[in-house]
Design a protein around this ligand. Structure first.
Ligand code: FAD
Length: 312
């Protein structure tokens, strides 16, 4: 089923949706761990999951393996990221064909990061220039078969000259045939809600799903906030505990719950969590925000605990 249809159904039922992003693993053990994690996290009831595509170009098979497994074995709606980096159109054709063959019906169409070791992005020979070109290409070669998502940047894409330019480029991706937008991570909820208004004002009318990154470690938080406006209360909360991993994770859950509740209050159709292939923080955020029941999860994953809990 297409994600856009799931979003519409959720909106009709007044039900907020949530979804998870995983990155495609680099090692065989990473693959085994990820499959286990996806299986467990499926019990939380995500509307869909999505799997990144590495810009290095060396591991498309890993992305396709996770997509195929998630779609066929766990039956969860899966969205495959597809990028222009290192992907001439014959490779794009192959990836789309393989995605279709495993029942996948959703693509997040991206330009992609520069390949590893390169600071600037350039199109490969026989490839496409922008995500909008990829959206057009998918529509040209596969018609309406795929639901297509694209990336949005509430704080502007770093290469864009201005927010106005960036919004027009985002609109061009939607006009090319994208059905929904998933955003880059952010921490400033009022800023995000204001950006959504700017999108609507220029005629971007499709669903916009905010991307939320649970803070799970100080080092990765610092790495991922370059160019991101972090509200002072988060900085004040995190700096004194930066050497205490457990305290960072607990604070990250607190931040995630607060953001989730504020976003839901702001009227978003759903929330996309950047899991970094980890389970606990995302699960605790969903439980804390009342989006999943702890009992359901325990019963499905730890039946021995459920009888214990029921006796208490
Ligand atoms: P585009 O929309 O093509 O935009 C790229 C830049 O070009 C922007 O500055 C835009 O404003 C500008 N632009 C667009 N059209 C034009 C035009 N016609 N003329 C001039 N300028 C134009 N990267 C990966 O490698 N793999 C992934 O799996 C991945 N997943 C992601 C998931 C999400 C939700 C997000 C937000 C990002 C993801 N990225 C991923 C990162 C993404 O590939 C980079 O941010 C990349 O630099 C831009 O990709 P895009 O699809 O937004 O590009």
């Amino acid at each position: 089923m297409k994600i856009i249809d799931r979003i519409k159904k959720g909106q009709e039922e007044g039900r907020p949706l949530f979804s998870f992003e995983y990155f495609s693993p680099k090692t065989a053990q990473g693959m085994v761990n990820l499959h286990d994690r996806i299986e467990r996290m499926c019990y939380l009831g995500p509307e869909f999951i999505d799997i990144t595509w590495g810009a290095g170009g060396s591991r498309p098979a890993a992305t396709l393996e996770v997509v195929s497994n998630a779609q066929k074995v766990y039956g969860v709606e899966t969205c495959m990221h597809l990028i222009c980096t290192n992907n001439p159109t014959d490779k794009i054709d192959k990836a789309l064909g393989e995605a279709r063959a495993c029942g996948n019906q959703n693509i997040l169409a991206l330009r992609g990061d520069p390949p590893h070791g390169q600071s600037e992005w350039s199109a490969c020979e026989g490839g496409l220039d922008y995500a909008a070109d990829l959206v057009r290409y998918i529509r040209k070669t596969h018609g309406d078969y795929f639901g297509i998502g694209v990336a949005g940047y509430p704080e502007k894409h770093p290469e864009s000259a201005s927010m106005e330019d960036d919004l027009l480029h985002l609109k061009s991706k939607v006009d090319a045939g994208a059905d929904f937008i998933v955003t880059q991570l952010f921490f400033d909820v009022p800023m995000f809600l204001d950006w959504v208004k700017k999108c609507r004002a220029i005629g971007i009318n499709c669903p916009i799903i905010p991307g939320v990154m649970p803070i799970q470690a100080y080092a990765s938080f610092k790495k991922n906030i370059i160019g991101v406006n972090v509200p002072q209360w988060i900085l004040d909360g995190i700096e004194p505990i930066k050497n205490d991993d457990q305290a960072i994770r607990a604070f990250g859950v607190e931040v995630g719950i607060k953001m989730t509740l504020e976003l839901l209050q702001g009227g978003v159709c759903g929330i996309h969590y950047y899991t970094f292939n980890l389970e606990r923080s995302t699960r605790l955020i969903l439980e804390g925000a009342g989006l999943v029941s702890k009992t359901t999860y325990i019963k499905k994953n730890m039946p021995w605990r459920s009888s214990f809990d029921e006796k208490r």
